[in-house]
Every structure is written in structure tokens, then in C-alpha cells.
Design a binder for this molecule. Structure first.
Ligand code: FUB
Length: 343
């Protein structure tokens, strides 16, 4: 990752917006914040990091999370409300370990919580749990969502009421092990190592009205470069790694994601939820830590970026804390990139 000297140089040319960089949640470690406005408040659905004493590796074995907590905010900058545990590993019959980045959605008067975890065969799947309240506790379905795989679900509901799940992540997220459509346990632990071929990318599936199933087989979220060609596997500054998010701004669809080993959060825009999406630029330059994972939400007329870094743990990659800062667009709808350590 970039050290703080590089960050200062990158920000001295005024290309970047500064960020408020105070940790939001200090009761426990938290990461991968998915923020939504429910009941007039912002609800945050993060991962719950803890130290399992496992050394870092390319498969992310050190991220051994086993439960989820939900938080809410009446106003950005106001007090964070902390709720009792929302879901634990023991509550999910199919899950064995590694409860990674979750998301939530509201439909038909119910709240749905989506989460990845490894099943008993060591394969990441995506589960769903439901509740009458946004903070849970959530009751998990006995099995993962059929045809789901890999990690990082992000459920977007369009203005016509139709919901879609974006998901996937390479390296520890196992997306590369599904390249043939079937899980290959002996597949690469990183990517396909085909630098000149179109990169592996996120998946999208329309949700059934039950919100507990896909209504179609997952499809690729195609990200194109400025010449209309798919971003290539070797283009680590722009290719999809993990942490899908979708939001809409002035009628355009903004697909944002993390580039993983180059530690950027960037985005691409399109005209409909499926894309294709054209790469536009960086939203967040590298934070202190390895992973970067975010969400974007509009609240009371302003847009916010929720993200994480490792400030509280002093840089321990798997002990992260959630932050929030305002996000701005220029007159053409371009997002102004954010420098996390400049105010
Ligand atoms: O928190 C575990 C994993 O780290 C998430 O699923 C990824 O997006 C990365 O942030």
C-alpha cells in the first residue's frame, strides 16, 4: 500500500477532496460498512473484525469473523447507536466460518440481511436472514441462496422497485475458482493469471420478489475502458477485485468496487443496472491497511462515503474501523476523489 508520504504528495495538487477521518464505531472493530436509510436514519451493516490470532495470507484466513452487529445514526456527526448482536455463526445452519462483508435491504415490510460465509466444504456462499426491524436480530434461512457463490453481496433496489444483487471477489473471495461455472478447489488462490484477457468481474442477479432467491442465473458486470474494451486482468489499478456497490445519481447507475491489491475504491457508470459500465476514476485513494471497502448513501440531501481503515489497531490488516465522509460530484456527475487523511 501507499505510505503516508505518498498520500501527502498525491493530495498536494488539489485533485482530491479531504475527509473527516474519525472512527465512527469504537466499541468493537468494524469493517466493510454497507449503509442504507431506513426509518429516517442511516443504518450501518458492517463486518465485525476480531483477532483470531491467524497470520495474514492471500486467502484472507485471518478474517475469521463469526457474528454481525448493526449500528444507526440519526445524523452524520451525531451519536452512533449500537444494537445487540444481529446474527451469529451458530444461527446459520449451513455456515462454518468467515462471516465477511454483509448488506441489507427492505422489501414487503421486512428487512433482509445478506452475508457471505464459507460452508462446511470450505466454499463461500451467500446467505439471507430476515427481521421485522432494521437492526435485527435476523433469522437465517436454513440454506444459502441457490446458485450463490463467492463474497460481498450488495443489494440495490432500483426506483421501479426491482432489486438486484451484485457480488463476488477474487483471491480469498474465490471468484477465480468459479471461472468454468463449477467450483475448482485446486484453482488459483489469487486470480486467473491471464493479464491480457478480460479481467474476472463482479456478478449481478435479479432478486425474486421473495428477496430470498435469485430470479435468474448470475451474469457478468462488464467494466469497459475509455475505448469500449473490457478492463484486462493485468490492469490492477482498474480491474474489479471485491466490494461491489451500486447507487444511482441523476438517472445514471454508478457501479463502485475495490481494486484489492492496488487498494483503490473506484467506479464505472452505465445506463441500467446490468451495464456495461464505463470506468470513470478513483473514489478513495489507499487507506492505511490492506483492504478498502465502502458504500455510498444519500441522506438529507447530501451524499456520503462509508469506508474503513485500520487507524484504531495501528495498521493491523484484519482489525479495521468504519469511517464516514461527505462525497461530492462535479457538474458532469464525476465523483471527486477522496484523500482519507486530509481535512
Ligand atoms: O472483511 C472481509 C473481506 O475483506 C471483505 O469481504 C472484503 O470486501 C474485504 O474488505
Amino acid at each position: 500500500s501507499v505510505d503516508s508520504t505518498d498520500k501527502k504528495e498525491q493530495t498536494s495538487n488539489n485533485l482530491f477532496e479531504g475527509a473527516i477521518s474519525q472512527p465512527l464505531i469504537t466499541e468493537r472493530y468494524s469493517a466493510d460498512p454497507s449503509a442504507h436509510v431506513f426509518d429516517g436514519k442511516i443504518f450501518i451493516y458492517p463486518s465485525h473484525d476480531y483477532d483470531a490470532g491467524i497470520a495474514d495470507d492471500d486467502s484472507g484466513d485471518q478474517y475469521l469473523m463469526k457474528d454481525y452487529y448493526v449500528y444507526s445514526l440519526d445524523s452524520v456527526g451525531g451519536k452512533v447507536k449500537d444494537y445487540p448482536v444481529a446474527l451469529t455463526l451458530q444461527d446459520v445452519p449451513w455456515a462454518a466460518k468467515q462471516m465477511w462483508a454483509p448488506d441489507a435491504a427492505f422489501k414487503n415490510g421486512k428487512y433482509y440481511f445478506y452475508f457471505p460465509a464459507k460452508d462446511k466444504q470450505g466454499v463461500f456462499r451467500i446467505g439471507v436472514a430476515e427481521s421485522d426491524q432494521p437492526q435485527g436480530p435476523f433469522k437465517a434461512q436454513p440454506l444459502p441462496i441457490e446458485n450463490s457463490f463467492s463474497i460481498d453481496p450488495a443489494v440495490f433496489t432500483d426506483t421501479d422497485g426491482q432489486s438486484y444483487m451484485y457480488f463476488g471477489g477474487i483471491w480469498g473471495g474465490q471468484l477465480q475458482k468459479w471461472a468454468t461455472g463449477k467450483f475448482d478447489a485446486n484453482g488459483s488462490v489469487t486470480d486467473l493469471k491471464q493479464d491480457k484477457e478480460p479481467a474476472l468481474t463482479a456478478k449481478i442477479a435479479k432478486m425474486a420478489s421473495s428477496m430470498k432467491e435469485f430470479a435468474e442465473a448470475p451474469k457478468d458486470v462488464v467494466i469497459l475502458d475509455e475505448n469500449g474494451k473490457p478492463i484486462l486482468g493485468g490492469d490492477h489499478d482498474r480491474r474489479f477485485f471485491e466490494a461491489s456497490w451500486m447507487h444511482k445519481y441523476k438517472g445514471k447507475y454508478y457501479f463502485s468496487y475495490s481494486t484489492g491489491d492496488t487498494h483503490l475504491v473506484c467506479y464505472a457508470t452505465g445506463d441500467n443496472p446490468y451495464g456495461p459500465f464505463t470506468y470513470q476514476g478513483v473514489i478513495l485513494i489507499p487507506v492505511i491497511g490492506w483492504t478498502s471497502h465502502h458504500s455510498i448513501v444519500e441522506f438529507k440531501g447530501k451524499s456520503y462515503l462509508f469506508y474503513h481503515d485500520t487507524q484504531i489497531s495501528g495498521g493491523t490488516t484484519h482489525l479495521r474501523n468504519v469511517k464516514v465522509t461527505e462525497l461530492h460530484y462535479d457538474a458532469d456527475g464525476k465523483i471527486l476523489p477522496i484523500a482519507p487523511y486530509v481535512t
